[in-house]
Design a binder for this molecule. Structure first.
Ligand code: SF4
Ligand code: SF4
Length: 394
């Protein structure tokens, strides 16, 4: 199963830090920060392979004051870069975009103002995120958009937020709740599946009515999210670790961010890329991916699959676009499981069991021993707050 990487370009996600200033209700990463001295260095980034797409994420990536150096280095090996951020550090984001106007920025906004601030736990989080997006648009940045993790609390805001992003001429990316070491969370679950699915259905119909083929494929992605929240098998195979990888702040290369515990293919601080990518450890991880039953539906693992198995989403788009033209919209009841639940053929408890939610799970946060050790006397929030306060003084 060894992969000859050769000239082939990969899809990579670089987790530059596990530090985060937000307090999201669906992610406990802010409680488990990485130690700044251990975070991925420019030397390690130089060892990454050629990529056709790179996502830079965290934690909150803009906590790193050397993010511009990282981006500069990554542009030497990647055709396209998108940074996922909570949008809090407006000045840092604007400053970086001045140097890299071609970069993509996705700001997570979890609903309209009240909902967003409740979920994200950042005072003025919505206003800050919105202001950052507006400033970037005014600067002429083209690849700018919202990202929303849909859950019971914010599902009614889904379409209103899409409308706002549309008015601003922005991209609108969606996700739903996932559990993994990366989110330091095992208890995320959707409770009112039909209500959440109904909101996705409304969004899908809006996307299908648009004139943008990109949005029609987004409609398919959201259709996959309905399938996911009902705990069904992924609509497309998951090929993470074959042509896609994640690298964490410690240089550990992993297949994805959806696994329960951290899965490591190799370490780029200690190995060369070719060594680790062709190692027996990497093959062991690939074998696990082949029988992984977590059925995640996150853009990081779905976007490469949509490109690779394009005929499947393309057929869906073709059929639903035609239906939409003839006034027959998409219905969530096209999904058998949604009908079965409505008709009482399957219970909520049965659907809950199909999810990755595990109320008794011990969560492995993926921290190194040193990063874990700093949590003995202080909380993650205290460490990161002090860290940011020191940065601001400088
Ligand atoms: S979801 Fe993102 S912004 Fe929220 S706590 Fe987790 S890493 Fe931080
Ligand atoms: S389904 Fe794919 S992305 Fe999710 S945990 Fe399994 S291998 Fe990772």
């Amino acid at each position: 199963m060894s992969k000859n990487n050769g000239e082939k370009k990969l899809n990579g996600t670089v987790i530059v830090t596990y530090r985060c200033n937000a307090r999201c209700s669906m992610c406990n990463r802010y409680k488990a920060p990485s130690k700044p001295e251990e975070e991925i260095s420019i030397e390690t980034i130089r060892k990454l392979p050629k990529m056709y797409f790179t996502n830079i994420t965290g934690g909150e990536p803009f906590i790193r004051t050397d993010l511009k150096d990282i981006v500069r280095e990554l542009y030497k090996k990647s055709d396209r870069i998108v940074i996922s951020t909570n949008g809090f550090f407006t000045d840092r984001i604007v400053d970086l975009c001045k140097e890299f106007p071609q970069i993509g920025i996705r700001i997570s906004i979890e609903g309209l103002e009240k909902t967003n601030n409740e979920i994200r736990g950042l005072q003025d989080g919505y206003q800050k995120g919105y202001k950052t997006l507006k400033t970037l648009r005014e600067m002429g940045m083209k690849d700018v958009g919202f990202g929303m993790t849909v859950q019971d609390k914010n599902a009614p805001d889904l379409v209103p937020l899409y409308d706002i992003s549309n008015e601003m001429g922005m991209e609108f990316a969606t996700a739903s709740l996932h559990n993994s070491f990366y989110f330091v969370e095992a208890k995320n679950i959707i409770h009112d599946r039909p209500m959440v699915a109904k909101n996705f259905e409304n969004l899908i119909n809006k996307l299908l009515k648009s004139k943008s083929p990109k949005k029609w494929f987004r409609a398919y992605f959201n259709h996959g999210l309905i399938n996911y929240i009902y705990g069904q098998k992924r609509l497309l195979p998951c090929d993470m670790s074959f042509d896609t990888f994640f690298i964490d702040p410690y240089g550990d290369v992993m297949p994805c961010n959806g696994t329960k515990d951290k899965e490591v293919m190799g370490n780029l601080n200690r190995q060369t890329w070719d060594e680790l990518w062709n190692s027996p450890e990497a093959d062991k991880v690939r074998a696990k991916v082949r029988c992984c039953d977590r059925n995640c539906w996150m853009i990081g693992s779905v976007s490469p699959a949509m490109h690779k198995y394009i005929w499947k989403p393309a057929t869906w788009v073709f059929v639903h676009k035609i239906k939409s033209i003839f006034g027959k919209g998409y219905s969530m009841y096209e999904n058998k499981i949604v009908r079965d639940y409505r008709d009482g053929k399957v219970t909520k408890e049965e659907l809950d069991k199909c999810s990755t939610c595990d109320m008794c799970a011990v969560v492995n946060n993926g921290l190194s021993e040193e990063s874990q050790a700093q949590l003995v006397n202080k909380s993650g929030e205290e460490i990161v707050d002090a860290d940011i306060a020191a940065q601001m003084k400088k």
